[in-house]
Design a protein around this ligand. Structure first.
Ligand code: WTA
Length: 658
C-alpha cells in the first residue's frame, strides 16, 4: 500500500453507529469487553458453555508448554453431535440447516434431521471403509452439501480431514495427500462452474498416479459423489461411489466423544517458503472460538436469521463460518455452488432475494467486482431482508466499504470487517455490530477475549497514530496448535519474533488511528493476497523454475484494482534452451505451467522475460524494486544492488511490453 493511500485511510473519519434496534437486541453488548479483560480464562470457560460436553474440562488453559497451548483440558465432546444431533434433540429437527443452490438451478433444502441422517450414514460408510479415529481424510469437492457432510462425518468418527480447494491442481493435491498421509480421498465426478461441468475426479486420479499409489498404497479408497454425471475413469480396487455406500448405510451412528485436543483438521496455507504449511486445529477450543465469534459478530438469531457466507469450504472461512461455527449455533444458511456471474451477473442478489438472506458474509474482491459491473444490477433485486454485512480476507478499502454499505446494505446494515487468519481459526479483530461505530476501512478493535496490539520491531506497542506489526498478545481457544509434523517451523514462524513477550506474530502490518482503532495494511512477508487467497511468492517461483525453459524467477504481488494484489513474475530463460515457443506464446505456456503445478488461482497476471534480476550483493532478490516496476512507480533505493544497471534494463523491458 502506498504512503498516499495510507494517509487517505487515516484521514477517513466517517463513522457509522449501530442501528438502534440491532444495538438494543444485540447478542453481545459493550460489557463483554470488560468482562473478558477482567477474567480471560473465565470468559472463555463461559463461552464453552455453548457446547454439549460429554465430559467437562478440568482446566481452561494449560500454558505450561507455551506456545504449545492446550485448551479445555480433560474435556471430551463430539463436534458433529454439537453441530447437528443436539439441535435435533432440542426439537429443531425440522429447521432447515442448508438451503443448497446448485449453479444450474437445482435446489435442495436440508433440515437438521436430514443432516443428522446424512452425516450418520456417511460416518458409517467411512468406518466401513476402514477409517478410524486419528486417520487422515482428504476432501476435494465442489460446493455441494456432501462436502459439508463429508467434513462432519470425519469429525464424527474422529478422523482428521484436510479439505483441498477444488481449484487446486493434481500436483498440489498430491503433495497434501502425501504430507498428511491421507488414507481416504472424498471427491466428486465434478461440479458446475461458469455454466458447465468442471471435472474433479481426473485430478484425484492424476494425484494418486503422481504419488505412485499403486505401489505405496497410501490412499486405500476414493469415495466419489456423483454430481455432474460426467464420465469418470474407474479403478475398482480403490474407487467407491458415494451413492452406493453412503445411501445404503444406516442412519444410526453413535458418536463417540473425543478429547478436547483431538486433531480436527489440517488446512494447508501458503507460507514464505515453497512448502505449504499444514495448519493444525483441534476439537474443543476451535469449536468454542468459532461458535462464540459467529454468535457475537453476526448477532445470529438462529430461529429467524438466514445466513450466507460465500466462501468455499476449501478455505478456512468455509471451515469456520460455513461449517463449524454456524452449525454449532444451529443456523439456517445458504450454500451456493457456482460463480457470481452464472447464468447472469445478478445471481447472488437473486439468491438473497429468494431466500430472504439476513446476514451476508463475503470478500472485498467480490465487492470490487460488483462495483465494476455497476449498481444497476443489484438495484434490480429486493435486498431489504439484509440486516448485517460482513467482509473478510483482505483490507476493505473505504470506496468498496461505502458501496457495500449503500448499494447492498441500503445504508441501514452495519458492516463487520473481520480480520483473522487460517492460523487463528476464528475472527480476532472486528466491530461488534451492536456496539461499535464502524469506520470504512478499519477492522476496529480486538473482539472480547482477544488481545491484539500494534508494536514496533523491538516489541514496544506503538502510540495511536503510528504503524507497526500486528501481534496477538493472549492465547485464544481456536489458535493453531502446530504445523503438522513441524513444531520447529511453528515456533519459528509465529512465536520467535516476540519470544520474550510471548506474543504471536501475525505477519501483517497495521496502524492504530487516533482513537486506537486498528487499520490492517497487508502482509509484511513474502505472502501475497490475491482475491483474498494467500499465495506464496516462493511457491510460485518454484513452480516457474520447474519449467525446463526457466533458469530463474522472481514473483511479486502488485496492487490490483479488483483482486487486491495480482501475481507478477519476472523470468530469466535458460541459455541455449531456445527450442519451443517464444514471446507471448511462451508466456502463456509458463502461465499454464503454474496453473498445472499449483492451480488456476496462482496463474501470474503477467510474466516478463528479463535478462537479469535485481539482487543484493549477498544474492537475495530485491522484490521491493520489482514491485515498484510492477506498480509503475519510480524505482526505490537501489544502493544495495550488486549491479545497478539491472533495474534500467527491466524497466525498459516493461515499457515495451505493456
Ligand atoms: C488478510 C482468511 C485485512 C491478512 C480468513 C491475513 C485481512 C490473511 C482481513 C489471512 C481483513 C484477512 N482485513 N486483512 N478483514 N482478513 N486478511 O489465512 O493479511 O486465508 O494475515 O485467512 O488475510 O489469510 P487466510
Amino acid at each position: 500500500m502506498s504512503d498516499e493511500t495510507l494517509s487517505n485511510l487515516l484521514t477517513e473519519n466517517r463513522t457509522f453507529a449501530p442501528p438502534a434496534d440491532l444495538a438494543a437486541d444485540a447478542n453481545v453488548k459493550a460489557d463483554a469487553y470488560a468482562a473478558a479483560a477482567a477474567d480471560h480464562e473465565g470468559f472463555w470457560a463461559e463461552q464453552a458453555g455453548r457446547l454439549d460436553w460429554a465430559e467437562p474440562f478440568t482446566q481452561v488453559l494449560d500454558d505450561t508448554a507455551a506456545p504449545f497451548y492446550k485448551w479445555f483440558v480433560g474435556g471430551k465432546l463430539n463436534v458433529a453431535h454439537n453441530c447437528v444431533d443436539r439441535h435435533v434433540a432440542a426439537g429443531r429437527g425440522d429447521q432447515v440447516a442448508i438451503h443448497f443452490v446448485g449453479e444450474p438451478g437445482d435446489t435442495r433444502s436440508i433440515t437438521y434431521s436430514d443432516l443428522k441422517d446424512e452425516v450418520s450414514r456417511a460416518a458409517n460408510a467411512i468406518e466401513e471403509l476402514g477409517i478410524v479415529a486419528g486417520d487422515r481424510v482428504a476432501i476435494y469437492m465442489p460446493m455441494i452439501p456432501e462436502a459439508v457432510v463429508a467434513m462432519l462425518a470425519c469429525a464424527r468418527v474422529g478422523a482428521t480431514h484436510t479439505v483441498v480447494f477444488g481449484g487446486f491442481s493434481a500436483d498440489a493435491l498430491a503433495s497434501r495427500i502425501e504430507d498428511c498421509n491421507a488414507k481416504l480421498v472424498i471427491t466428486a465426478d465434478g461440479g458446475y462452474r461458469r455454466g458447465a461441468p468442471s471435472a474433479l475426479k481426473p485430478a484425484v486420479d492424476a494425484a494418486l498416479e503422481k504419488i505412485d499409489n499403486a505401489t505405496t498404497a497410501i490412499v486405500e479408497n476414493v469415495l466419489v459423489v456423483r454430481r455432474t454425471g460426467q464420465d469418470v475413469a474407474w479403478n475398482t480396487d480403490v474407487d467407491v461411489w458415494w451413492h452406493e455406500v453412503v445411501d445404503e448405510s444406516s442412519t444410526d451412528h453413535r458418536a463417540q466423544a473425543f478429547d478436547a485436543e483431538h486433531p480436527l483438521f489440517v488446512m494447508y496455507s501458503s507460507g514464505t517458503t515453497g512448502k505449504p504449511k499444514g495448519i493444525l486445529h483441534t476439537t474443543a477450543g476451535y469449536l468454542v472460538g468459532t461458535a462464540y465469534t459467529h454468535h457475537a459478530v453476526f448477532d445470529l438469531k438462529p430461529e429467524t436469521d438466514v445466513y450466507w457466507c460465500t466462501a468455499d469450504v476449501g478455505w478456512i472461512t468455509g471451515h469456520s463460518y460455513i461449517v463449524y461455527g454456524p452449525l454449532a449455533n444451529g443456523v439456517t444458511q445458504v450454500l451456493y455452488e457456482g460463480t457470481p456471474d452464472t447464468p447472469h451477473k445478478g445471481r447472488w442478489w437473486e439468491i438473497i432475494q429468494d431466500y430472504k438472506v439476513t446476514l451476508f458474509y463475503t470478500a472485498p474482491t467480490a465487492i470490487r467486482t460488483f462495483m465494476k459491473w455497476g449498481r444497476s444490477i443489484p438495484d434490480e433485486y429486493d435486498l431489504s431482508s439484509l440486516r448485517l454485512l460482513g467482509s473478510v480476507g483482505e483490507p476493505i478499502n473505504p470506496e468498496a466499504y461505502m458501496w457495500y454499505r449503500e448499494v447492498i446494505g441500503g445504508d441501514r446494515c452495519p458492516i463487520v470487517d473481520t480480520w483473522w487468519q487460517t492460523e487463528t481459526g476464528m475472527m480476532m479483530i472486528s466491530p461488534l455490530p451492536g456496539v461499535t461505530a464502524g469506520k470504512p476501512g478499519s477492522a476496529m478493535t480486538a473482539l472480547p477475549g482477544v488481545g491484539a496490539d500494534v508494536v514496533s520491531e523491538d516489541g514496544v506497542p506503538v502510540p495511536n497514530g503510528s504503524g507497526g506489526y500486528l501481534v496477538l498478545t493472549k492465547p485464544w481457544p481456536s489458535m493453531l496448535r502446530t504445523l503438522l509434523g513441524d513444531d520447529e517451523r511453528f515456533v519459528d514462524t509465529y512465536w520467535s519474533k516476540y519470544k520474550e513477550q510471548g506474543w504471536y506474530f501475525a505477519g501483517d502490518g497495521a496502524k492504530k488511528d487516533d482513537d486506537g482503532a486498528i487499520w490492517l495494511l497487508g502482509r509484511v512477508d513474502d505472502v501475497m493476497n490475491v482475491s483474498g487467497h494467500r499465495l506464496s511468492t516462493t511457491e510460485i517461483e518454484s513452480a516457474l523454475v520447474s519449467h525446463p525453459r526457466v533458469a530463474e524467477a522472481a514473483v511479486v504481488g502488485a496492487a490490483d484494482e479488483t483482486t487486491g494484489q495480482a501475481v507478477v513474475a519476472y523470468v530469466i530463460l535458460r541459455e541455449g534452451a531456445s527450442a519451443g515457443a517464444t514471446g507471448e506464446e511462451l508466456v502463456q505456456e509458463l502461465r499454464n505451467h503454474v496453473a498445472k503445478e499449483i492451480g488456476a488461482i496462482a496463474k501470474p497476471r503477467s510474466i516478463m522475460l528479463v535478462p537479469e534480476l535485481p539482487k543484493t550483493r549477498s544474492g537475495k532478490i530485491m522484490r521491493r524494486l520489482l514491485k515498484d516496476v510492477a506498480e509503475n512507480r519510480t524505482v526505490g533505493d537501489t544502493t544495495t544492488l550488486a549491479d545497478a544497471g539491472v533495474m534500467a534494463l527491466i524497466a525498459e523491458g516493461q515499457k515495451t511490453s505493456t
